[in-house]
Write a protein that binds this ligand. Sequence first.
Ligand code: ARG
Length: 456
Amino acid sequence: TKQKLWGGRFTGETDPLMHQYNQSLSYDKRLYAADIQGSKAYAQALSGIGILTKEEANQIAAGLDKVGEEWKSGTFAIHPQDEDIHTANERRLTEIIGSVAGKLHTGRSRNDQVVTDVRLWLVEQTALVEGYLKDLIGVISSRAQNEIEVLMPGYTHLQPAQPIRWSHWLCSHAFSFAADLDRLRGLIPRLNKSPLGCGALAGHPFSIDRATLAKNLNFSGVIENSMNGVADRDFIVEWLMWATLTLTHMSRFAEDLIIYSTSEFGFVTASDAYSTGSSIMPQKKNPDSLELLRGKSGRIFGQMTGFLMSLKGLPSTYNKDLQEDKEPLFDCVDSMKASLQIATGVISTLNIHPEQMKKSLGMDMLATDLADYLVRKGVPFRETHHISGRCVAFAEQNKIQLSDISLEQLQQIDARFTQDVMDVWNFEASVDRRNAIGGTARSAVEEQIRTLQALL
Ligand code: ARG
Protein backbone atom coordinates (compact mmCIF):
# COMPACT_ATOMS: atom_id res chain seq x y z
CA THR A 1 0.00 0.00 0.00
CA LYS A 2 0.94 3.57 -0.62
CA GLN A 3 2.44 5.58 2.20
CA LYS A 4 0.35 8.33 3.72
CA LEU A 5 1.73 11.81 3.16
CA TRP A 6 2.67 11.98 6.79
CA GLY A 7 3.83 8.35 6.93
CA GLY A 8 7.60 8.84 7.35
CA ARG A 9 7.81 8.04 11.04
CA PHE A 10 5.20 5.27 10.91
CA THR A 11 5.79 1.57 10.51
CA GLY A 12 2.33 0.15 11.26
CA GLU A 13 -0.82 0.42 9.13
CA THR A 14 -3.83 2.55 10.08
CA ASP A 15 -6.77 0.53 11.31
CA PRO A 16 -9.36 0.55 8.51
CA LEU A 17 -12.14 1.83 10.73
CA MET A 18 -9.75 4.48 12.03
CA HIS A 19 -9.04 5.56 8.47
CA GLN A 20 -12.74 5.88 7.81
CA TYR A 21 -13.26 7.72 11.10
CA ASN A 22 -10.38 10.09 10.46
CA GLN A 23 -10.96 10.89 6.81
CA SER A 24 -12.78 14.01 5.74
CA LEU A 25 -12.45 13.66 1.97
CA SER A 26 -15.99 12.30 1.62
CA TYR A 27 -17.26 15.76 2.54
CA ASP A 28 -14.38 18.21 2.22
CA LYS A 29 -13.89 17.35 -1.46
CA ARG A 30 -16.29 20.16 -2.11
CA LEU A 31 -13.41 22.46 -1.15
CA TYR A 32 -11.38 21.24 -4.11
CA ALA A 33 -11.51 24.52 -6.05
CA ALA A 34 -10.58 26.61 -3.03
CA ASP A 35 -7.74 24.20 -2.22
CA ILE A 36 -6.35 24.52 -5.72
CA GLN A 37 -6.77 28.27 -5.77
CA GLY A 38 -4.94 28.50 -2.43
CA SER A 39 -2.14 26.22 -3.59
CA LYS A 40 -1.61 28.12 -6.83
CA ALA A 41 -1.30 31.41 -4.98
CA TYR A 42 0.99 29.76 -2.45
CA ALA A 43 3.25 28.38 -5.22
CA GLN A 44 3.52 31.86 -6.66
CA ALA A 45 4.42 33.25 -3.24
CA LEU A 46 7.06 30.54 -2.83
CA SER A 47 8.65 31.57 -6.09
CA GLY A 48 8.68 35.13 -4.78
CA ILE A 49 11.01 34.05 -1.95
CA GLY A 50 13.14 31.78 -4.11
CA ILE A 51 11.89 28.42 -2.80
CA LEU A 52 10.56 27.63 -6.26
CA THR A 53 11.99 28.75 -9.56
CA LYS A 54 9.57 30.47 -11.95
CA GLU A 55 9.69 27.29 -14.01
CA GLU A 56 8.79 25.07 -11.05
CA ALA A 57 5.98 27.39 -9.98
CA ASN A 58 4.53 27.26 -13.49
CA GLN A 59 4.78 23.48 -13.54
CA ILE A 60 2.94 23.29 -10.22
CA ALA A 61 0.27 25.72 -11.36
CA ALA A 62 -0.35 23.77 -14.56
CA GLY A 63 -0.50 20.51 -12.62
CA LEU A 64 -2.94 21.98 -10.12
CA ASP A 65 -5.15 23.17 -12.95
CA LYS A 66 -5.20 19.64 -14.28
CA VAL A 67 -6.19 18.27 -10.85
CA GLY A 68 -8.97 20.86 -10.71
CA GLU A 69 -10.25 19.84 -14.12
CA GLU A 70 -10.41 16.23 -12.98
CA TRP A 71 -12.58 17.18 -10.03
CA LYS A 72 -14.74 19.36 -12.20
CA SER A 73 -15.32 16.70 -14.83
CA GLY A 74 -15.84 13.97 -12.24
CA THR A 75 -12.81 11.98 -13.34
CA PHE A 76 -10.68 12.50 -10.22
CA ALA A 77 -9.92 9.00 -8.98
CA ILE A 78 -9.93 8.88 -5.20
CA HIS A 79 -7.21 6.66 -3.78
CA PRO A 80 -8.18 4.52 -0.77
CA GLN A 81 -5.41 6.20 1.25
CA ASP A 82 -6.57 9.75 0.51
CA GLU A 83 -7.45 11.37 3.80
CA ASP A 84 -8.75 14.80 2.96
CA ILE A 85 -8.92 17.20 0.03
CA HIS A 86 -5.45 18.56 0.77
CA THR A 87 -3.66 15.21 0.77
CA ALA A 88 -5.71 13.97 -2.18
CA ASN A 89 -4.81 16.97 -4.32
CA GLU A 90 -1.13 16.77 -3.43
CA ARG A 91 -1.04 13.05 -4.09
CA ARG A 92 -2.60 13.56 -7.51
CA LEU A 93 -0.35 16.54 -8.29
CA THR A 94 2.68 14.36 -7.58
CA GLU A 95 1.39 11.71 -9.96
CA ILE A 96 0.94 14.32 -12.68
CA ILE A 97 4.10 16.43 -12.36
CA GLY A 98 6.47 14.23 -10.36
CA SER A 99 8.70 15.06 -7.44
CA VAL A 100 8.71 18.85 -7.92
CA ALA A 101 5.22 18.69 -6.39
CA GLY A 102 6.97 17.89 -3.14
CA LYS A 103 8.19 21.50 -2.90
CA LEU A 104 4.67 22.98 -2.74
CA HIS A 105 4.06 22.28 0.92
CA THR A 106 7.28 24.06 2.04
CA GLY A 107 6.50 26.19 5.09
CA ARG A 108 2.82 25.31 4.85
CA SER A 109 0.82 23.02 7.09
CA ARG A 110 -2.60 21.58 6.56
CA ASN A 111 -3.45 23.67 9.59
CA ASP A 112 -3.18 26.96 7.72
CA GLN A 113 -4.19 25.31 4.44
CA VAL A 114 -7.53 23.96 5.63
CA VAL A 115 -8.70 27.14 7.26
CA THR A 116 -7.62 29.14 4.21
CA ASP A 117 -9.71 26.84 2.04
CA VAL A 118 -12.78 27.07 4.26
CA ARG A 119 -12.56 30.86 4.38
CA LEU A 120 -12.15 31.13 0.60
CA TRP A 121 -15.09 28.82 0.08
CA LEU A 122 -17.28 30.57 2.59
CA VAL A 123 -16.58 34.03 1.18
CA GLU A 124 -17.84 32.79 -2.17
CA GLN A 125 -20.88 31.09 -0.64
CA THR A 126 -21.69 34.18 1.40
CA ALA A 127 -21.93 36.21 -1.80
CA LEU A 128 -24.41 33.67 -3.21
CA VAL A 129 -26.43 33.66 -0.02
CA GLU A 130 -26.46 37.44 0.05
CA GLY A 131 -27.91 37.38 -3.46
CA TYR A 132 -30.66 34.93 -2.46
CA LEU A 133 -31.51 36.99 0.59
CA LYS A 134 -31.76 40.11 -1.56
CA ASP A 135 -34.06 38.23 -3.95
CA LEU A 136 -36.32 37.33 -1.05
CA ILE A 137 -36.50 40.89 0.25
CA GLY A 138 -37.09 41.98 -3.34
CA VAL A 139 -40.12 39.75 -3.91
CA ILE A 140 -41.62 40.59 -0.54
CA SER A 141 -41.30 44.30 -1.12
CA SER A 142 -42.65 44.21 -4.66
CA ARG A 143 -45.68 42.21 -3.48
CA ALA A 144 -46.12 44.81 -0.78
CA GLN A 145 -46.15 47.53 -3.44
CA ASN A 146 -48.56 45.69 -5.75
CA GLU A 147 -51.02 44.74 -3.01
CA ILE A 148 -50.93 47.92 -0.96
CA GLU A 149 -54.75 48.22 -1.08
CA VAL A 150 -55.36 44.93 0.72
CA LEU A 151 -56.42 45.14 4.36
CA MET A 152 -56.34 42.37 6.91
CA PRO A 153 -56.58 41.88 10.67
CA GLY A 154 -53.39 42.42 12.62
CA TYR A 155 -52.91 40.18 15.65
CA THR A 156 -51.35 40.29 19.07
CA HIS A 157 -51.44 37.09 21.14
CA LEU A 158 -52.89 35.68 17.91
CA GLN A 159 -56.10 37.52 18.81
CA PRO A 160 -57.53 40.02 16.32
CA ALA A 161 -56.16 43.42 17.31
CA GLN A 162 -56.26 46.24 14.76
CA PRO A 163 -56.73 46.49 11.00
CA ILE A 164 -53.49 46.66 9.02
CA ARG A 165 -52.39 46.58 5.44
CA TRP A 166 -51.33 43.16 4.16
CA SER A 167 -48.29 45.02 2.84
CA HIS A 168 -47.49 46.23 6.33
CA TRP A 169 -47.41 42.62 7.51
CA LEU A 170 -45.20 41.67 4.55
CA CYS A 171 -42.80 44.51 5.29
CA SER A 172 -42.65 43.59 8.97
CA HIS A 173 -40.96 40.33 8.02
CA ALA A 174 -38.91 41.92 5.26
CA PHE A 175 -37.35 44.22 7.84
CA SER A 176 -36.22 41.22 9.89
CA PHE A 177 -34.57 39.88 6.75
CA ALA A 178 -33.11 43.32 6.06
CA ALA A 179 -31.41 43.23 9.46
CA ASP A 180 -30.14 39.75 8.58
CA LEU A 181 -28.74 41.13 5.35
CA ASP A 182 -26.96 43.84 7.32
CA ARG A 183 -25.56 41.27 9.75
CA LEU A 184 -24.39 39.04 6.89
CA ARG A 185 -22.57 41.95 5.30
CA GLY A 186 -21.16 42.80 8.70
CA LEU A 187 -19.46 39.46 9.22
CA ILE A 188 -17.59 39.54 5.90
CA PRO A 189 -14.63 41.69 7.07
CA ARG A 190 -13.86 39.17 9.83
CA LEU A 191 -14.35 36.18 7.53
CA ASN A 192 -12.37 37.51 4.61
CA LYS A 193 -8.89 37.40 6.19
CA SER A 194 -6.04 35.14 5.21
CA PRO A 195 -4.48 32.61 7.58
CA LEU A 196 -2.16 31.36 4.83
CA GLY A 197 1.47 31.57 5.90
CA CYS A 198 0.71 30.87 9.54
CA GLY A 199 2.29 27.44 9.10
CA ALA A 200 1.50 24.71 11.59
CA LEU A 201 1.21 27.28 14.38
CA ALA A 202 4.44 29.24 14.82
CA GLY A 203 4.56 31.16 11.56
CA HIS A 204 6.45 30.94 8.28
CA PRO A 205 10.17 30.11 8.35
CA PHE A 206 11.01 31.54 4.89
CA SER A 207 9.67 35.10 5.24
CA ILE A 208 6.78 34.58 2.89
CA ASP A 209 4.98 37.75 1.87
CA ARG A 210 1.65 37.04 3.53
CA ALA A 211 0.12 40.38 2.62
CA THR A 212 0.67 39.91 -1.11
CA LEU A 213 -0.41 36.30 -0.85
CA ALA A 214 -3.63 37.43 0.83
CA LYS A 215 -4.22 40.05 -1.81
CA ASN A 216 -3.75 37.52 -4.60
CA LEU A 217 -6.49 35.41 -3.01
CA ASN A 218 -8.81 38.44 -2.74
CA PHE A 219 -8.66 38.47 1.03
CA SER A 220 -8.96 41.91 2.53
CA GLY A 221 -6.10 41.32 4.97
CA VAL A 222 -4.19 38.74 7.00
CA ILE A 223 -4.85 37.08 10.35
CA GLU A 224 -2.39 38.88 12.59
CA ASN A 225 -1.31 36.01 14.86
CA SER A 226 -0.29 32.65 13.46
CA MET A 227 -1.49 30.62 16.47
CA ASN A 228 -4.81 32.41 16.30
CA GLY A 229 -4.92 31.85 12.55
CA VAL A 230 -4.86 28.07 12.77
CA ALA A 231 -7.04 27.85 15.88
CA ASP A 232 -9.78 30.30 15.08
CA ARG A 233 -13.15 29.11 13.82
CA ASP A 234 -15.11 32.15 15.01
CA PHE A 235 -16.03 32.96 11.44
CA ILE A 236 -17.82 29.61 11.24
CA VAL A 237 -19.61 30.10 14.54
CA GLU A 238 -20.65 33.57 13.44
CA TRP A 239 -22.03 32.23 10.19
CA LEU A 240 -23.95 29.49 12.01
CA MET A 241 -25.32 32.07 14.43
CA TRP A 242 -26.28 34.30 11.55
CA ALA A 243 -28.06 31.41 9.86
CA THR A 244 -29.79 30.45 13.09
CA LEU A 245 -31.21 33.92 13.56
CA THR A 246 -32.18 34.27 9.90
CA LEU A 247 -33.97 30.92 9.97
CA THR A 248 -35.64 31.89 13.23
CA HIS A 249 -37.09 34.86 11.37
CA MET A 250 -37.97 32.56 8.52
CA SER A 251 -39.80 30.20 10.84
CA ARG A 252 -41.93 33.00 12.29
CA PHE A 253 -42.74 34.21 8.80
CA ALA A 254 -43.64 30.65 7.77
CA GLU A 255 -45.70 30.11 10.89
CA ASP A 256 -47.86 33.15 10.14
CA LEU A 257 -48.43 31.88 6.62
CA ILE A 258 -49.23 28.37 7.83
CA ILE A 259 -51.91 29.84 10.09
CA TYR A 260 -53.18 32.17 7.36
CA SER A 261 -53.46 29.24 4.96
CA THR A 262 -55.73 27.15 7.18
CA SER A 263 -59.34 26.99 6.00
CA GLU A 264 -60.28 28.65 9.31
CA PHE A 265 -58.36 31.77 8.25
CA GLY A 266 -58.34 31.35 4.47
CA PHE A 267 -56.21 34.44 3.84
CA VAL A 268 -53.65 32.77 1.59
CA THR A 269 -53.08 29.59 -0.37
CA ALA A 270 -49.61 28.30 -1.18
CA SER A 271 -49.29 27.56 -4.89
CA ASP A 272 -49.28 23.97 -6.10
CA ALA A 273 -45.57 24.30 -6.80
CA TYR A 274 -44.88 24.56 -3.07
CA SER A 275 -47.60 22.34 -1.62
CA THR A 276 -48.09 18.62 -1.33
CA GLY A 277 -51.03 16.28 -0.94
CA SER A 278 -51.94 13.54 1.49
CA SER A 279 -51.59 9.88 0.61
CA ILE A 280 -54.92 9.11 2.25
CA MET A 281 -57.02 12.27 2.41
CA PRO A 282 -57.78 13.42 -1.13
CA GLN A 283 -58.93 16.88 -0.09
CA LYS A 284 -55.64 17.84 1.55
CA LYS A 285 -53.24 20.48 0.33
CA ASN A 286 -50.47 20.88 2.83
CA PRO A 287 -48.01 23.78 3.03
CA ASP A 288 -44.97 21.51 3.35
CA SER A 289 -42.65 24.20 2.02
CA LEU A 290 -43.58 26.47 4.92
CA GLU A 291 -43.34 23.69 7.46
CA LEU A 292 -39.85 22.81 6.26
CA LEU A 293 -38.80 26.45 6.42
CA ARG A 294 -40.03 26.42 10.02
CA GLY A 295 -38.37 23.08 10.71
CA LYS A 296 -34.93 23.96 9.34
CA SER A 297 -34.47 26.58 12.05
CA GLY A 298 -34.35 23.86 14.70
CA ARG A 299 -31.85 21.81 12.81
CA ILE A 300 -29.49 24.71 12.14
CA PHE A 301 -29.76 25.96 15.71
CA GLY A 302 -28.56 22.48 16.66
CA GLN A 303 -25.60 22.64 14.26
CA MET A 304 -24.59 25.96 15.78
CA THR A 305 -24.75 24.81 19.40
CA GLY A 306 -23.16 21.47 18.51
CA PHE A 307 -20.13 23.08 16.92
CA LEU A 308 -19.77 25.60 19.75
CA MET A 309 -19.63 22.64 22.12
CA SER A 310 -16.85 21.10 20.01
CA LEU A 311 -14.84 24.32 20.28
CA LYS A 312 -15.35 24.87 23.97
CA GLY A 313 -12.32 23.92 26.03
CA LEU A 314 -10.04 23.07 23.09
CA PRO A 315 -6.39 23.73 23.86
CA SER A 316 -4.45 26.21 21.74
CA THR A 317 -4.06 26.00 17.96
CA TYR A 318 -5.04 23.03 15.83
CA ASN A 319 -6.71 19.94 17.23
CA LYS A 320 -8.47 17.36 15.10
CA ASP A 321 -11.74 18.29 16.76
CA LEU A 322 -11.68 21.25 14.38
CA GLN A 323 -12.37 18.91 11.49
CA GLU A 324 -15.88 18.76 12.97
CA ASP A 325 -16.45 22.29 11.65
CA LYS A 326 -17.19 21.20 8.13
CA GLU A 327 -20.29 19.05 8.24
CA PRO A 328 -22.36 21.54 10.25
CA LEU A 329 -21.10 24.42 8.12
CA PHE A 330 -21.81 22.68 4.84
CA ASP A 331 -25.22 21.56 6.01
CA CYS A 332 -25.97 25.06 7.19
CA VAL A 333 -24.90 26.77 3.97
CA ASP A 334 -26.84 24.23 1.88
CA SER A 335 -29.93 24.68 4.05
CA MET A 336 -29.66 28.45 3.87
CA LYS A 337 -29.32 28.53 0.11
CA ALA A 338 -32.26 26.19 -0.36
CA SER A 339 -34.45 27.85 2.27
CA LEU A 340 -33.98 31.34 0.86
CA GLN A 341 -34.81 30.20 -2.65
CA ILE A 342 -37.83 28.21 -1.48
CA ALA A 343 -39.11 31.15 0.55
CA THR A 344 -38.72 33.40 -2.50
CA GLY A 345 -40.67 30.89 -4.59
CA VAL A 346 -43.41 30.50 -2.00
CA ILE A 347 -43.89 34.25 -1.68
CA SER A 348 -43.74 35.05 -5.36
CA THR A 349 -46.41 32.42 -6.18
CA LEU A 350 -48.62 32.71 -3.11
CA ASN A 351 -52.32 33.30 -3.77
CA ILE A 352 -53.98 35.77 -1.46
CA HIS A 353 -57.69 36.13 -0.73
CA PRO A 354 -58.37 39.80 0.04
CA GLU A 355 -62.14 39.24 0.38
CA GLN A 356 -61.57 36.70 3.12
CA MET A 357 -59.14 39.02 4.89
CA LYS A 358 -61.69 41.80 4.73
CA LYS A 359 -64.45 39.55 6.08
CA SER A 360 -62.27 38.78 9.06
CA LEU A 361 -62.06 42.43 10.01
CA GLY A 362 -64.44 42.91 12.92
CA MET A 363 -65.83 46.28 13.97
CA ASP A 364 -64.54 45.65 17.49
CA MET A 365 -61.06 45.98 16.00
CA LEU A 366 -61.92 49.70 15.80
CA ALA A 367 -62.47 49.99 19.56
CA THR A 368 -59.13 51.77 19.87
CA ASP A 369 -60.19 54.16 17.12
CA LEU A 370 -63.40 54.83 19.04
CA ALA A 371 -61.33 55.73 22.10
CA ASP A 372 -59.06 57.90 19.92
CA TYR A 373 -62.16 59.70 18.59
CA LEU A 374 -62.84 61.07 22.06
CA VAL A 375 -59.13 61.81 22.57
CA ARG A 376 -59.41 64.14 19.58
CA LYS A 377 -62.16 65.91 21.56
CA GLY A 378 -59.79 66.46 24.45
CA VAL A 379 -60.80 63.53 26.71
CA PRO A 380 -57.83 61.83 28.44
CA PHE A 381 -57.05 58.45 26.87
CA ARG A 382 -57.39 56.50 30.11
CA GLU A 383 -60.98 57.76 30.30
CA THR A 384 -61.74 57.14 26.61
CA HIS A 385 -60.36 53.59 26.86
CA HIS A 386 -62.95 52.96 29.55
CA ILE A 387 -65.78 54.54 27.62
CA SER A 388 -64.94 52.54 24.51
CA GLY A 389 -64.79 49.42 26.68
CA ARG A 390 -68.32 50.09 27.85
CA CYS A 391 -69.45 50.41 24.25
CA VAL A 392 -67.81 47.04 23.48
CA ALA A 393 -69.63 45.49 26.46
CA PHE A 394 -72.93 47.08 25.34
CA ALA A 395 -72.56 45.63 21.83
CA GLU A 396 -71.68 42.23 23.26
CA GLN A 397 -74.69 42.20 25.60
CA ASN A 398 -77.04 43.21 22.81
CA LYS A 399 -75.37 40.88 20.33
CA ILE A 400 -74.79 43.67 17.83
CA GLN A 401 -71.72 45.04 16.07
CA LEU A 402 -69.93 47.92 17.74
CA SER A 403 -70.79 50.03 14.70
CA ASP A 404 -74.51 49.24 15.07
CA ILE A 405 -74.82 51.08 18.36
CA SER A 406 -77.02 54.08 17.60
CA LEU A 407 -75.89 57.63 18.26
CA GLU A 408 -78.51 57.93 21.04
CA GLN A 409 -77.23 54.78 22.73
CA LEU A 410 -73.65 56.02 22.40
CA GLN A 411 -74.62 59.33 23.91
CA GLN A 412 -76.17 57.53 26.85
CA ILE A 413 -72.78 55.99 27.48
CA ASP A 414 -71.01 59.32 26.99
CA ALA A 415 -72.60 62.62 26.03
CA ARG A 416 -69.54 63.79 24.12
CA PHE A 417 -70.28 61.46 21.18
CA THR A 418 -71.73 63.38 18.21
CA GLN A 419 -72.85 62.48 14.70
CA ASP A 420 -69.30 62.39 13.26
CA VAL A 421 -68.55 59.32 15.44
CA MET A 422 -70.01 57.29 12.58
CA ASP A 423 -66.84 58.12 10.58
CA VAL A 424 -64.92 55.85 12.95
CA TRP A 425 -66.44 52.73 11.33
CA ASN A 426 -64.15 52.69 8.37
CA PHE A 427 -61.19 50.34 8.13
CA GLU A 428 -59.41 52.33 5.40
CA ALA A 429 -59.62 55.48 7.49
CA SER A 430 -58.35 53.56 10.50
CA VAL A 431 -55.22 52.30 8.76
CA ASP A 432 -54.51 55.62 7.09
CA ARG A 433 -54.63 57.49 10.38
CA ARG A 434 -51.55 55.53 11.39
CA ASN A 435 -49.29 57.60 9.21
CA ALA A 436 -46.36 58.23 11.54
CA ILE A 437 -43.11 56.54 10.48
CA GLY A 438 -43.48 52.76 10.58
CA GLY A 439 -47.27 52.74 10.63
CA THR A 440 -49.82 50.99 8.45
CA ALA A 441 -51.01 54.06 6.52
CA ARG A 442 -50.45 53.83 2.80
CA SER A 443 -47.86 56.62 2.86
CA ALA A 444 -45.98 55.03 5.77
CA VAL A 445 -45.94 51.56 4.19
CA GLU A 446 -44.76 53.01 0.88
CA GLU A 447 -41.92 54.67 2.74
CA GLN A 448 -41.01 51.27 4.24
CA ILE A 449 -41.04 49.69 0.81
CA ARG A 450 -38.68 52.38 -0.49
CA THR A 451 -36.34 51.80 2.43
CA LEU A 452 -36.28 48.05 1.76
CA GLN A 453 -35.72 48.45 -1.95
CA ALA A 454 -32.82 50.80 -1.33
CA LEU A 455 -30.99 47.93 0.37
CA LEU A 456 -31.00 45.76 -2.73
N1 ARG B 1 -8.88 17.46 7.34
C1 ARG B 1 -8.34 18.30 8.34
C2 ARG B 1 -9.40 19.23 8.89
O1 ARG B 1 -10.40 19.29 8.28
C3 ARG B 1 -7.20 19.09 7.76
C4 ARG B 1 -6.22 19.57 8.76
C5 ARG B 1 -5.44 18.42 9.30
N2 ARG B 1 -4.34 18.88 10.07
C6 ARG B 1 -3.68 18.08 10.89
N3 ARG B 1 -2.71 18.57 11.57
N4 ARG B 1 -4.04 16.81 11.02
O2 ARG B 1 -9.25 19.88 9.88
